[in-house]
Design a protein around this ligand. Structure first.
Ligand code: MLT
Length: 208
């Protein structure tokens, strides 16, 4: 899997010391969707933004699902491996450090799968409206990687119990999880942007 196998956008860094971001869009989105969000939450970061390779009625996604919230887990594993290979190739091509994933909805779910299946690919993750991606995840060793999980209290797609379970799964695997439940639905709110921006500044400060 070469980096060219994923249609993607790449924006180089404009300031040193900001972590590269791997932007992962939601169902029906594309590689352009989260560039603005990436610029808002981490000005100056390099942005790597692939388009999901699975089509559901013409809508790009990062893995197949059988129904809303019911995933084809064999495909989750296969697609996470493809995405991991893409990131490795893109890091070589563009000269990047391990990125922090910023994923929304389906993009957050593949980012969570990547953390559990191939922890070395990501330096951390901002998971916006994520769910548990695998019913039987492997024993991952996340070694203190920072994860911000932002859930919506009134999210009709992600039950509160599911996001709580994801937070527990990631912390049990050794991630430093900051889980906040916002007064929001599945869509993003201004609070997501503000919290993600503050959290990334903290990650930068720690790395400096
Ligand atoms: C998914 O399929 O990953 C979740 O149901 C979120 C979504 O894309 O709607």
């Amino acid at each position: 899997m070469t980096e060219s196998a994923f249609i993607h956008r790449f924006e180089p860094a404009t300031s040193a010391g900001s972590p590269p971001l791997l932007l992962l869009h939601g169902t029906g989105g594309d590689e352009n969707d989260l560039l603005g969000l990436g610029q808002m939450i981490s000005p100056g970061s390099a942005l790597l933004s692939p388009r999901g390779r699975v089509l559901e009625h013409g809508m790009p996604r990062f893995f197949r699902r059988l129904a809303e919230g019911v995933f084809d887990e064999a495909d989750v594993r296969r697609r996470a491996a493809e995405l991991g290979d893409f990131v490795a190739e893109a890091r070589k091509k563009y000269g990047l450090a391990a990125p922090v994933a910023v994923g929304f909805s389906n993009g957050a779910n593949i980012a969570a799968a990547l953390l559990l299946l191939q922890p070395e690919v990501l330096a951390g993750a901002v998971l916006l409206r994520a769910m548990v991606p695998l019913s039987e995840p492997p024993q991952a060793a996340l070694g203190g990687k920072p994860v911000l999980l932002l859930s919506g209290q009134a999210d009709p797609i992600v039950p509160a119990s599911n996001s709580a379970k994801l937070a527990a799964l990631l912390s049990d695997a050794g991630a430093r999880v900051d889980h906040k439940v916002l007064p929001a639905g599945h869509q993003l709110s201004q609070a997501d942007v503000t919290l993600a921006r503050g959290w990334i500044s903290g990650v930068k400060a720690e790395a400096a």
